[in-house]
Design a protein around this ligand. Structure first.
Ligand code: SAM
Length: 379
């Protein structure tokens, strides 16, 4: 185990907040562009379209956007259609003049009131004027025939609606605070202008990035096809990603059911049999919470898949946080390293990027909680 505190800020989303394109969708759970690029450089990944990178827990596509900047072909999968949508919009090529023309067209459209059924949750999140504007622009934008242009403006609208909302994400829960909010039309105009400017600033190489809905436990890729994996799965203390995005899902992905998504997420789906418990007791105590058994059962399947798709000599970097529970800290980094070795990967190192105390009842220290990078290689 090696202490690498310089990686601490890089395994968070914070450095992305100021970067063109990376910042188009704020994802608290993400890591940064600089982490991905630094890993490519440390492991001498050649910037070459024939080199392949995978993120099986893609989130909003940080690994894929960085791969496009660096010049390698990339693949990403996520169970959340919202995350996949954001990743796709961020990794495409655009005709900037065409976007400008559509922007002018968009703001020339005359407002009318759209009659739409919305839930109590959505009503709570917006004042009436903002909601009317969101529904109006949603209708206008979804009528744009070109998918690329439509998705680009829709992501801008999702972003703008968030900034004009009373709702905010506090860890795994949605909270509401009435406050003065800026007019949506202005926010949308500003957001689109900035996104177009970002496209002029970012320098993408002519390499493809494939973002798809998919499950890390069953990766839709050939055996021995990937040079490097840079990824971060859900953490044991934060396996539920979907509920805080309920408003976005209802307004912009109404055909997707949040309950279905939850069931495909790591740690929330697995059925744990007596046999599994026996097998997992190598890593866990019987007293450990059931969620830990579910989580590591799923993660073992995901590790099997990562092993399968990696080329011999390929490197796999997994950013993960340990689990904080009242009775103990569950060391996810060590357990994943152990599991990976049993599967056949070589555990090269565990780099500790961040450490903080795991507290019980906010007063008693249970133990140190690490956020680490598990460094693996396929022999
Ligand atoms: C820690 S986040 C990854 C963030 C990403 N590194 C970024 O910078 O945006 C973990 C992601 O795993 C996804 N996820 C959960 N279960 C999954 C599964 N079974 N297969 C694929 N993705 C899954 C969640 O939806 C979430 O987006």
């Amino acid at each position: 185990m090696l202490s690498r505190p310089e990686l601490g800020p890089l395994v968070t989303f914070v450095p992305n907040k100021k970067l063109p394109v990376y910042s188009w969708f704020y994802y608290k759970e993400g890591f940064s562009r600089d982490f991905v690029i630094q890993m490519f450089e440390e492991f001498d990944l050649e910037p070459n379209p024939e080199k392949t990178v995978l993120d099986p827990f893609m989130g909003v596509g940080t690994t894929l956007v960085a791969s496009r900047e660096y010049g390698v072909t990339s693949y990403g999968f996520d169970v959340s259609p919202l995350a996949v949508f954001a990743s796709r919009v961020k990794t495409r090529n655009y005709d900037i003049e065409e976007l400008r023309r559509w922007k002018d067209w968009l703001f020339k459209q005359k407002f009318y009131k759209v009659d739409a059924e919305v839930s109590g949750l959505v009503k709570r999140a917006f004042n009436r004027h903002i909601l009317d504007d969101v529904l109006f622009f949603r209708e206008i934008i979804t009528g744009i025939p070109d998918e690329k242009v439509r998705d680009f403006f829709l992501l801008a609208l999702i972003n703008s609606a968030n900034k004009c909302s009373y709702a905010f994400k506090d860890g795994a829960v949605l909270k509401f605070r009435k406050r003065p909010v800026p007019p949506l039309r202005e926010m949308l105009k500003r957001t689109i202008k900035k996104m177009i400017k970002d496209l002029e600033r970012i320098k993408f190489k002519p390499v493809p990035a494939y973002a798809s809905v998919g499950d890390a436990r069953q990766i839709d890729l050939e055996d021995n096809s990937i040079d490097m994996i840079v990824t971060s799965p859900p953490y044991l203390n934060k396996i539920e990603y979907t509920k805080v995005y309920s408003i976005e899902m209802e307004l912009f992905f109404p055909h997707m059911r949040v309950s279905n998504l939850i069931h495909s997420a790591i740690g929330l789906d697995a059925k744990v049999s007596e046999e599994d418990i026996l097998e997992l007791s190598k890593y866990l105590d019987p007293k450990d919470p059931l969620v830990a058994f579910h989580y590591f059962k799923d993660m073992k399947q995901a590790l099997h898949e990562m092993f399968r798709v990696l080329k011999p000599g390929g490197v796999c970097l997994i950013v993960v946080g340990n689990g904080c529970f009242p009775h103990k800290v569950i060391e996810s980094d060590v357990i994943l390293g152990q599991m990976a070795e049993e599967i056949g990967l070589i555990l090269k190192d565990i780099w500790v990027a961040n450490q903080r105390w795991c507290m019980k009842n906010r007063t008693a220290k249970v133990g140190l909680l690490r956020e680490s990078v598990v460094v693996l290689e396929k022999p």
